[in-house]
Design a protein around this ligand. Structure first.
Ligand SMILES: [Zn+2]
Length: 278
């Protein structure tokens, strides 16, 4: 723990400079679209770093694929792990930065860069964390208000519960076969429920750490030692969160969640009690 604290304080001094972005376009884009994309990406990195702390990489490359026929502003996004990690995003042409900023995809993908690449069986943990954090980032940066924050969580959890009717195996097995089973809603939202339960458990014991603060600390103290492009087990990541919060909340919940065949039932009262920015 002493060593952890030492590394932590060193990195606090070393890494206050905001991450610079680099943009590569996969196909031709008008100068007007280009400006909107630039404004949007800068805003996305700034807001995410405001919530989760400065990203521990000097540059963040974005690969943008403009598309003419899309039903939403940002139909698709993914992280490309490497040195440095990069983000690929498909965007609908002629979309203003104002509209792009309201889309969740960018916050979700940047949030992924704050956790290590996890085993396929722990996909629920990675997707749950990025989905939970995307909502926390959008709330904290006034992209939406607390009513919208709660409404999005409630509707996502209900999609997860519905999808569980079709995919009833253990969560870690469902995670491994997520694409072939079309079990995304169950996998993503079980993971969100996990972090919501952890947030509430931290609040209930009067622990001052929020999920966003723990992820921020994790990235500063442990990202370079854990992330090497190789997948690591969720158990290791969870052990770090326990250590940072000085609790066993995460490992206890993890042992239960990875095996569970049901969808976690969170009441409206629990959702309303959430204080992710406390
Ligand atoms: Zn994701």
């Amino acid at each position: 723990m002493k060593l952890l604290m030492l590394i932590l304080s060193f990195n606090l001094i070393a890494s206050t400079q905001a991450t610079e972005i680099e943009i590569e376009y996969k196909s031709w884009i008008s100068s007007s679209d280009r400006q909107h994309v630039e404004t949007w990406l800068k805003h996305g990195v700034e807001t995410t770093e405001h919530t989760l702390g400065v990203l521990q990489q000097q540059t963040l490359p974005f690969i943008i694929e403009p598309s003419l026929f899309a039903s939403e502003p940002v139909p698709w996004g993914t992280v490309q792990r490497g040195k440095p990690d990069a983000i690929l995003l498909q965007i609908k042409r002629f979309t203003s930065s104002r509209v792009l900023i309201k889309d969740w995809t960018l916050y979700h993908e940047i949030a992924h860069l704050y956790h290590p690449l996890l085993d396929h069986a722990d996909f629920w943990l990675a997707e749950g964390l990025a989905t939970y954090l995307q909502n926390v980032i959008m709330l904290e940066n006034d992209i939406f208000n607390v009513d919208e924050f709660r409404a999005r969580l409630i509707s996502g959890l209900s999609r997860g519960a519905k999808n569980t009717q079709l995919n009833k195996g253990a969560l870690q097995a469902m995670s491994e076969q997520m694409w072939s089973l079309n079990a995304q809603q169950r996998v993503y939202w079980s993971g969100v429920a996990f972090f919501m339960e952890a947030e509430i458990a931290l609040q209930d014991v009067g622990n001052k750490n929020t999920i966003k603060a723990l992820i921020s600390s994790f990235q500063r103290c442990c990202k370079s030692s854990l992330i090497s492009g190789d997948r690591i087990s969720g158990r290791l990541f969870i052990a770090s969160l326990d250590k940072l919060s000085k609790t066993t909340i995460f490992s206890n919940l993890y042992a239960n969640y990875k095996q569970r065949k049901d969808f976690p039932a969170l009441s409206k009262a629990q959702i309303y009690s959430l204080q992710p920015l406390r």
